[in-house]
Design a protein. Structure first.
Length: 208
């Protein structure tokens, strides 16, 4: 996926704001940046154009020696998280510069990537909305089971992608087409209309 600009942040939670006409808008509050550029990748050297952003300051004891050396080149301290943002054209940023919420404006349409809330191990009725077995005579202790999962002798196996019970949630999710409602540079905060993947304080990537 190719992007023009991105920034790392944390989902603080949801609230609502009011338009000038008095209507309420449900928004997600994201504390984003400032994210220093720790590496710039070029088409000639790396085969693609991208910038590597850092987020969430960390203590030296929590950062490995190799990572400390890598971050020292940017000269902006130590950080816990690094992410790349691919670019269409060569980067206009250089190592050490910072990306802030001022890169976004009210009315921008963004897509936000995060890790969805984990739901643990779930059965097929909750995970895939199965109807379950009939609740009448002849059915004993199979009311919420998934039923048959295989075939006869041919092909004699369970096909890949079969909907079964298993771990639900805690996966990378991208929510597209979210409208930026407000930008507050003094607080490093972006307000976007609607919901964003992940729990409170979850790491998210905001991209145009």
């Amino acid at each position: 996926m190719v992007d023009t600009m991105g920034i790392l942040g944390r989902k603080l939670g949801m609230t609502r704001v009011f338009n000038s006409d008095g209507s309420a808008v449900v928004v997600t509050v994201i504390q984003a940046g400032p994210c220093p550029v720790t590496q710039v990748k070029t088409l000639e050297k790396d085969g693609y154009s991208a910038v590597q952003l850092a987020f969430d300051t960390a203590k030296a004891k929590n950062v490995g020696k190799a990572m400390r050396g890598h971050l020292a080149k940017a000269g902006n301290g130590l950080y816990r998280t690094l992410r790349e943002v691919r670019l269409v054209a060569p980067a206009a940023l250089s190592v050490g510069e910072k990306v802030t919420v001022e890169s976004f404006a009210v009315g921008d349409v963004v897509r936000i990537t995060g890790t969805s809330i984990g739901k643990g191990y779930q059965g097929v009725m909750r995970r895939w909305n199965f109807g379950g077995s009939k609740d009448t005579h002849g059915c004993e202790k199979v009311h919420r089971s998934g039923g048959s999962i295989g075939h006869n002798t041919e092909p004699g196996k369970v096909m890949k992608g079969k909907k079964m019970a298993g771990h639900w949630g805690h996966e990378r999710v991208t929510q597209p087409s979210l409208l930026v409602v407000a930008v507050r540079p003094e607080d490093n905060v972006i307000l976007v209309r609607g919901c964003v993947p992940g729990p409170k304080n979850g790491l998210v990537m905001v991209r145009k």
